[in-house]
Design a protein around this ligand. Sequence first.
Ligand code: IPM
Ligand code: MG
Length: 364
Amino acid sequence: MAKYRIAWLPGDGIGKDVLDAAKIVLAKIGLDAEYLPGDIGWEFWCTEGDPLPKRTIQLMKDTDCAMFGAITSKPSTIANSELIPELQNKGYVYRSPIVRIRQKFDLYICKRPCRAYPGNPLNYKEGIDIVVFRENTEGLYAGVEFFPIPDEMFNIKGMEKVPKDAAISLKVNTPKGCARIIKTAFEFARANNRKKVTCVHKANVVRATDGLFLKKFNEIAKDYPEIEPDNANVDSLCQWLLKRPFNYDVLVAPNLYGDIISDLCAQMVGGLGFGASANIGDDYALFEPTHGSAPKYAGQYKVNPIATIIASRMMLEYLGEVDAARSLEKAVEEVIKEGRVRTYDMGGNATTLEMAQAIADKIS
Ligand code: IPM
Ligand code: MG
């Protein structure tokens, strides 16, 4: 029996292209793993009314972790019209499977490394090396939303300000939820000799929830005297990240700010082809490129597999295969630096699989 069981979830569009690329490097590394394919994506929404069928959740429960490709999401009006006729008007509601997985498996850490690989022609500036820790289960993603607002909610003090026809999305931050992601960011900083952790917030306006996040940050920072604690309003941080990217090291943010900031950081180190996520909880983890499903490129093996390969590297780290992770990172570095094999986004004409093969060839 293989040492690891990995749920293999290509999903939609280019999801299969990039996971095929990941297989090439994992095979070269010789990871002793069994890859178990699972159904997820738009096709299963249309035919079953659920893009994340129960059998897939069960499959994940029976594995050590998952590799995920990409998913197509559409607004609910369109989603409903694409259901097969038998399922229409039966009350099916489309919810993003990736957000559901994060919540269902309590994958509260979203780690997004943003490193400018030397020689990457897409770098905004050489030398950027930021790691974003995004809270991944609560905040504005809690899914507590009202439209229309039930009458009884208007009995709550403060609600008199809210028009009857408004829509409400609750931002839910818990002390436990804030504390565990902030601790994770500091622990990472400590273990990796990082100098500074910046808390991302808007506590001057969003007083209750962001106030709690910042309060927890200030408390926890005291346990890490060797690391400089820093905090910034999310809006001004966007300006400063572009102006002085080298002032930032580790960022920790509530869910939505982390979502936004991590796209900005990814763009500074090469864009969509370089943004990878590790979604990690206490019992399970899922690794994915951060990009979408790019349906127009599906099956063309054109897109950059590096994000997915970085995700695979984080999976190796999670599994404790640290030497393998290190040699994979080195191989990625070398291929980028040499610049001989590049996908179209980097100005070359290599295919997804050729790029993966070039990286695999560097692994000894
Ligand atoms: C991400 C994505 C997801 C998110 C979408 C696809 C639901 O943007 O992983 O950053 O908002 O978290
Ligand atoms: Mg995002």
